[in-house]
Design a protein around this ligand. Structure first.
Ligand code: PLP
Length: 458
């Protein structure tokens, strides 16, 4: 390690407080200091080359080097580095990006608002739903339903909506208006003999019971990721979305589809909504919108909701919401360039092509003694680790088997993400077949390393 890297690590430990991190472990062990990246590879201060099997945080769609994106940012910085979108002001790039996104959005969206993160997009959505319900004369319709293990962000409202107990603990959250329905993990939670379709119908019944218990007249919205990402790369079981959407429609619940991870090709279509036939009323997206080269997010919705916003704006005199950096010119320019690149390189076609190899290689790990279930789509795959796959007996959580696999993978030069004993594998969308082979070889090696430790405990 060179002197600069050592100094960076000391500075980091001394002052930088890290999100979503075990603080004691960080104080003792310090960070993995990533110094640069190229393609699907990142490099740390020890000089190690690591395949990023988690795309940063599910965001680095085009990998870690792209001159066109860098030039688009530079050009915009030299032309107009900032312009507010408050008070009727605008700039050409944000207007163009709005038109472009609406042109490609799923489900007939007409309007778009920009923010800097997925959390802010979803938080804005919650506010707009409440705002519109007030205009409609239904101010009591405030409850928002998410799912256990679902993830929609970290503002006070979006983390309340997320079903992540470790993000609620000690914060006095979730807020009372936020409710959670079941996690559709078929493998883990099906009753013996229950088919996937029957399980999905049971999930929908449980959702309907929650709506009825809360009172449908108080339920404003249901938020969901097409496939659960932060909760463990979990694909929906067969029939799940048909059953869930029937309940959503029956009670006139606003349906927000959170495309923050699935959007822009992850599942082999532009949107997760296309992959699973979702009919959203609102759509949030972020991350790959700018290929993660600039923090920007978008919330899209329909004219019906906009009409209600207009009524409130008329009454109050202003639509009283917004962030300083909403529709930032550099973010808009970078996003437009990213969307151009996606079209020009036929990113979706590429994902579909390499997905075959990716899923084949992932499926081949199904027989590993640590692995109970492998399920994926596009370049998005989840692995369930279990002590006994057949009897569905989990490992003792204290053994931290998922974390063990994650650490061994890192030692072998692959970054994966363990969420409890589920592993999320979602490389940058530009990954090629040789890199898939290399990544999955390292993954398999990490499973073997972890098994060598775990088998002695069983
Ligand atoms: C599905 C989903 N929604 C929302 C968010 C929040 O986005 P951000 O971290 O940009 O606020 C995330 C973050 O990972 C996410 O996975």
């Amino acid at each position: 390690m060179n002197v600069d890297a050592k100094r960076s690590i000391e500075q980091d430990i001394a002052h930088h407080v890290h999100p979503q991190t075990n603080l004691r472990q960080h104080a003792e062990k310090g960070p993995t200091m990533i110094t640069h990246g190229k393609g699907v590879f990142i490099y740390d201060s020890e000089g190690r080359e690591i395949i990023d099997g988690f795309s940063g945080l599910g965001c680095v769609s085009l990998g870690y080097h792209n001159e066109r994106l860098a030039e688009a940012a530079m050009r915009q910085m030299n032309t107009l580095p900032f312009a507010p979108t408050f008070y009727n002001r605008s700039h050409p790039r944000v207007a163009e990006l709005g038109e472009r996104l609406i042109g490609m959005a799923p489900g007939g969206m007409n309007r778009v608002m920009f923010q800097c993160s997925g959390s802010e997009a979803n938080d804005t959505a919650i506010k707009l739903i409440w705002y519109a319900n007030t205009a409609r004369g239904e101010p009591q319709r405030r409850k928002i339903i998410g799912r256990i293990r679902g993830y929609h962000g970290n503002t006070i409202a979006t983390v309340s909506l997320s079903g992540q107990p470790h993000m609620h603990a000690k914060f006095g959250l979730p807020l009372p208006e936020f409710k959670h329905t079941e996690l559709p993990n078929y493998y883990r939670f099906h009753i013996d003999g229950e088919s996937e379709e029957e399980f999905s119908a049971r999930m929908a019944r449980s959702f309907e019971e929650l709506v009825l218990r809360e009172g449908p007249e108080t339920v404003a919205a249901f938020f969901a990721e097409p496939a659960i990402s932060g909760g463990g790369a979990l694909m929906p079981p067969k029939g799940y979305w048909e059953e869930m959407q029937a309940v959503i429609r029956k009670y006139g619940i606003t349906f927000l589809v959170d495309e923050v991870v699935c959007g822009f090709g992850r599942t082999g279509n532009m949107w997760g909504a296309e992959t699973w036939g979702l009919k959203p009323d609102m759509v949030s997206c972020a991350k790959a919108l700018s290929a993660a080269f600039f923090p920007i997010s978008a919330l899209m919705f329909k004219d019906e909701l906009y009409a209600e916003m207009m009524r409130n704006s008329d009454e109050v005199g202003v639509f009283g919401h917004g962030y300083t950096y909403a529709g930032h010119p550099v973010g808009a320019a970078v996003s437009l360039q990213a969307l151009d690149i996606y079209d020009e390189i036929d990113l979706i076609g590429h994902v579909r092509k390499v997905s075959k190899r990716f899923l084949e290689r992932c499926d081949a790990m199904q027989d590993h003694p640590l692995v109970a279930e492998v399920r994926g789509v596009g370049l998005f795959c989840g692995f369930e680790l279990m002590r006994d796959a057949k009897a569905r007996i989990p490992f003792d959580p204290a053994w931290k088997v998922g974390a063990l696999v994650q650490d061994f993978a890192h030692d072998r030069g692959l970054y994966l993400r363990a969420i409890g004993d589920r592993i999320s594998f979602m490389p940058p969308l530009i990954i090629n077949e040789e890199e898939i082979d290399l990544a999955t070889e390292r993954f398999k090696g990490a499973l073997d390393d972890a098994w060598a430790v775990v088998k002695n405990k069983i």
